[in-house]
Design a protein around this ligand. Structure first.
Ligand code: PEP
Length: 255
């Protein structure tokens, strides 16, 4: 048994208006008790962060944002700084999601800048990595992940790494209904933990949480969580519904 606390995070992507987000967050708070043996985070759209923060205050649900820009402030129309995200009540920040890489041109290098900016404001990055279907079929999965991790985490200290969570999200499994088998997830998570050990040492490798993401739902979470190196999940679609998300969070007791 390891001592890593399970972590279930919900990525609400570009769904829910402000009032819908507040309603879902409120439902979730009611469904969960005040404390939890699982760390829980939801990441609504920027526009709803401050209101959702009010809705989850004092509960076990923590708040995250889905992206940031690395500069402190300035003429960057449409961008949001780390300080702004902190001021809206966020503790966590999702960085490098495959949809941002795919549709908004994020690279391993810009992801690295974002991770460093987040850490300098004490935001905890949930750093997303994952291979495409083509890359998996070409047997390139481990090379792709190696590069994403090495560049994404370049220049970080062991101390910085204490606040980083990895999220392995095979692109072919996101929003497709195709989940990686628990064995496929375990194989990659173990590879990632070994890589982290090479880069940052044994203690960081032992303590870092590695989440799986890709069509996680109440029906498959318990099986995934039996894997020794799967420490939780980053959930997209199924996190939009408070009841489903609660059942994922309570994977130990609810089917
Ligand atoms: C995600 O957006 O990170 C994700 C894993 O989505 P889904 O659960 O819908 O596949």
């Amino acid at each position: 048994m390891n001592s890593r606390k399970p972590f279930i995070a919900g990525n609400w992507k570009m769904y829910k208006t402000c009032s819908e987000a507040v309603e879902t967050a409120g439902k979730l708070v009611k469904l969960l008790s005040q404390t939890s043996d699982v760390d829980i985070m939801i990441a609504p759209a920027y526009i709803a962060l401050a209101q959702v923060h009010e809705a989850v205050k004092g509960s076990c649900v923590m708040l995250g944002a889905q992206n940031l820009f690395w500069e402190k402030k300035g003429a960057y129309t449409g961008e949001i700084s780390p300080e702004m995200i902190v001021s809206a009540g966020c503790t966590y920040i999702i960085i490098g999601h495959s949809e941002r890489r795919q549709y908004f041109g994020e690279t391993n290098e810009t992801v690295n800048k974002k991770i460093k900016a987040a850490i300098s404001y004490n935001l905890k990055p949930v750093f997303c990595i994952g291979e495409s279907e083509k890359e998996r079929e070409a047997n390139d999965t481990f090379n792709v992940l190696d590069k994403q991790v090495k560049i994404g985490l370049e220049g970080l200290s062991q101390d910085n790494m204490q606040n980083v969570t990895l999220a392995y999200e095979p692109v072919w499994a996101i929003g497709t209904g195709k989940t990686a088998s628990s064995e496929q997830a375990q194989e990659v998570h173990l590879f990632l933990r070994n890589l982290i050990e090479k880069l940052f040492g044994e203690n960081i490798a032992e303590s870092i949480r590695i989440l799986y993401g890709g069509s996680v739902k109440p029906e498959n979470i318990a099986e995934l969580m039996t894997m020794p190196d799967v420490d939780g999940a980053l959930v997209g679609g199924a996190s939009l519904d408070a009841d489903k998300f609660m059942r994922i969070v309570k994977f130990k007791t609810v089917g």
